[in-house]
Structures are given as structure tokens and as C-alpha cells.
Design a protein around this ligand. Structure first.
Ligand SMILES: [Zn+2]
Length: 414
């Protein structure tokens, strides 16, 4: 026998959560819009909204209030005194975007170059970004939402491994920053930031999708049944650490021949540097493309600091050697992805990260290896056909994704 009382309570609870999530997503929602989205009746919606208002989770707003009295206005997350400072943190730079309690942007997206030879310097750089905003908004409470490069434990708030950093030790990031700044800090991995950004800011997404960040390393984050999937390695590293070449080079994770060691931007740069240095007089590689004398001399003196931008430029200019490496990297990504598609049956994939600047040729090389998901119907117009493409969210929208950690906490506490 079902306990009908408990069942009703559960359903009401679930519906409260669904409505609150819709209001977080759409920012302003009328009763009829919520009815349309959920299939619930207007009276049922009215009742749930009342409860959410009693709990202080939402407020009524006159926006969209019809002058003829046909519409009852709309509902929104209360704009309160508290702001959220969203940051994407690496040892080289901090990108930030301030948002209000509805997770709408306040002020401009900011980029700050950072030089962090040790963890204390990185913490100091985060504090500096925070203090700048405190100065601008002295009357407000500013909470932090941090997307951290590398492996992160979102529960303890510890940065476990930051591949770009010169240090190897853990950083008690949440604890240290909360002590110092006397404010709340939530943090997670930078791929989770991208997944949250897509989940909350792209209403077209199906229940299941994944984002793959091909940048310094290769990270991935899966959203399954609208929830961030946190498996081993906290869900952020699975694809990057699938082994594509058992005889390959050592990876940070302790294994050999991981995808990351073949196909990440840092792996490609390393490969280019080693090859270029091995060439007599460092110049035979230039036979492929026309170069002016000044460009040649710039490139020749630049081997050790070969930048990602530079590598991408050479790829696009048609350097055959660089194209061979990058195409090979893209094929390796495609093969790993193919395995994941078959295991998880996820058919919406977004690419983010600086490698996306390699463009359509790179994406096509990936897609050639994945083919279509063999479980798909042949008709590409079917909603469950596999779709692989570049993520379309702007960089500020990507950064704002991490702010939705606060929305998800609010939903947990309904
Ligand atoms: Zn690895």
C-alpha cells in the first residue's frame, strides 16, 4: 500500500522545486507561463507560489502586469542585498563577473592576469578581485562562486591538483577564503561551470548533455537527468584520462597515453616545441607556408614561449605539419567521444575552451571519428539525433555559470 499522504507531500515538494528552478531560469515567470511549462493547473500553481512566497524564496513583481487586469504580473527570485562574485581561477588569470541574487550580471566581465608562483599568491589574487568589488558595493554582501582549474572537491572546497600551477600541494580554498574574507564561498571545477552555464542559460537543452573543455587539458562534465553527474574524479576528468595510446607519454594522473597527453593544447604545444627544436637551424618547417622575413625571425626566437594563439594561427594559415598534429589530436578526441557516446547514450555535446579556435576543420575531424551514434534513427531531424558542436554561450555567460551553484543550493533546501 502506498502512503498517499506522504506521496502528496513528496509531489508538492517536487513541484515547488520545479517552479523555483523555472523562475531561476527565466528570471520572470507568470502563472500561465509556469502552467504551460509544467502542465499543472493555474490554481495548483497559485498554491505552490504562495508557499514559495511564504518561505521567502520568491517574490511577486508588477512586471508584465496587464493594464486590463488580465495577467497577474509575475514571480521572481527576490533581489536582496546579497551579490555573487563569479570567478574562473587559474594560476595565470582570473576572469570574473558580478551577478545579483537572480544571477543577472551587474557591471562588466573582467579579466586579470595573475602571476602565482605559490598557492598564497593565488589566494591573494582572488582576495584582490573580491576587495575591488567590495569597494564598488560597500553596502552589499558579496558571496563567492569559484570555478577552479583542475581537480576540485566541491564538498570540502579543496583544490586537489592544478595542472597549470608550479605547485603540487592541495589548497584548502573554501576554508582559507571564508576565514579571511568572512563570506560564503562555493566552488567547483571549471568544466562544471560550463555545464551549469549550459544547463541554466540554454533552455533548448535536453535532459542529458555534456560539455567538453579542450584547453590546457581536456575536461568534461555531464548533465544527466538535469543533474551534474559527479562520478570519480568528480566528473571532470573522464574523457581527458581515457587512454588512447598505452605506449604513450606519462600523464599527470600517473597513467600513460591519456587523451590529454595527445590532444590538449598544452600537449600540442609541447609536441610543436620538441619538433621545432629538433630541426636543423629551426627553419625547415617554414617551407610549407610563405613567411615574410620579419615573421620568420619572430617565430625562430619564440620556441620556448610558443603560445596557443600562435599555434592556432599557424594551423589556420595552412602549416601542414601543425595541421597534421592538430587533425590527429582531433581524431583522438573523436575516438574517445565515440566510446562515451556508446556507454552513456548522451547525444548533445558542446565544445568549449581555446581549442575551439581551431575552427570547423578541427570539429569536422572530431565528428568524422564519432560518426553518428549507432543507436540513433537515421533521420537527423529526430530530436534524439546526435548533435556535436561549439558551445554558443559568451564568455561572461560561461563565467556566470558557476554562480548557479547558489541556485542549486537554494533548490536543495526547498
Ligand atoms: Zn591521465
Amino acid at each position: 500500500m502506498f502512503d498517499l499522504g506522504l506521496n502528496n507531500q513528496r509531489v508538492r515538494h517536487l513541484n515547488k522545486r520545479i517552479l523555483l528552478a523555472l523562475i531561476y531560469r527565466y528570471k520572470h515567470a507568470s502563472k500561465s507561463m509556469l502552467a504551460q511549462q509544467t502542465g499543472l493547473s493555474i490554481p495548483a500553481i497559485g498554491k505552490i507560489l504562495e508557499e514559495l512566497m511564504d518561505d521567502g524564496k520568491i517574490e511577486h513583481s508588477d512586471r508584465m502586469l496587464s493594464s486590463r487586469g488580465l495577467s497577474g504580473g509575475c514571480y521572481q527570485i527576490p533581489i536582496n542585498n546579497s551579490l555573487i562574485l563569479c570567478m574562473n581561477v587559474t594560476p595565470n588569470c582570473i576572469e570574473s563577473q558580478l551577478v545579483n541574487s537572480q544571477i543577472l550580471p551587474l557591471g562588466e566581465y573582467q579579466f586579470a592576469a595573475v602571476s602565482a608562483p605559490h598557492p598564497q599568491a593565488l589566494l591573494a589574487a582572488i582576495e584582490q578581485v573580491y576587495y575591488q568589488q567590495r569597494k564598488l558595493h560597500p553596502q552589499r554582501t558579496i558571496q563567492l562562486a569559484l570555478a577552479i582549474h583542475g581537480q576540485v572537491d566541491p564538498v570540502t572546497g579543496v583544490s586537489q591538483n592544478m595542472p597549470q600551477a608550479p605547485w603540487k600541494e592541495h589548497i584548502e580554498m573554501k576554508y582559507l577564503l571564508e576565514e579571511k574574507l568572512k563570506t560564503r564561498v562555493l566552488l567547483d571545477n571549471d568544466c562544471v561551470m560550463l555545464a551549469l552555464a549550459e544547463k541554466w542559460q540554454n533552455a533548448d537543452n535536453p535532459q542529458d548533455f555534456c560539455v567538453i573543455n579542450v584547453d590546457y587539458g581536456i575536461g568534461s562534465s555531464f548533465v544527466i537527468n538535469q543533474q551534474i553527474y559527479r562520478g570519480s574524479l568528480y566528473g571532470s576528468g573522464q574523457i581527458g584520462h581515457t587512454i588512447v595510446n598505452p605506449d604513450g607519454v606519462a600523464c599527470d594522473c600517473g597513467r600513460y597515453g591519456c587523451l590529454e597527453t595527445v590532444a590538449s593544447l598544452s600537449a600540442l604545444k609541447k609536441r610543436a616545441r620538441i619538433w621545432l627544436k629538433s630541426q636543423p637551424q629551426n627553419n625547415t618547417h617554414q617551407s610549407n607556408i610563405h613567411q615574410s622575413n620579419t615573421q620568420q625571425s619572430n617565430i625562430q626566437t619564440d620556441w620556448d614561449s610558443l603560445s596557443s594563439k600562435h599555434l592556432i594561427e599557424r594551423y589556420q594559415q595552412g602549416d601542414l605539419q601543425v595541421q597534421a598534429w592538430v587533425d590527429n589530436a582531433a581524431s583522438a578526441i573523436g575516438l574517445s567521444l565515440y566510446n562515451f557516446l556508446n556507454i552513456l547514450n548522451i547525444n548533445r555535446i558542446y565544445f568549449y575552451g581555446r581549442s575551439c579556435a581551431f575552427g570547423d576543420r578541427w570539429l569536422n575531424a572530431i565528428m568524422r571519428q564519432t560518426g553518428f551514434n549507432p543507436f540513433d534513427p537515421a533521420d537527423p531531424n529526430m530530436t534524439n539525433a546526435t548533435r556535436i558542436g561549439f558551445g554558443q554561450l559568451s564568455r561572461p555567460q560561461q563565467i556566470m555559470g558557476i554562480g548557479y551553484l547558489y541556485a542549486e543550493k537554494a533548490l536543495e533546501n526547498v
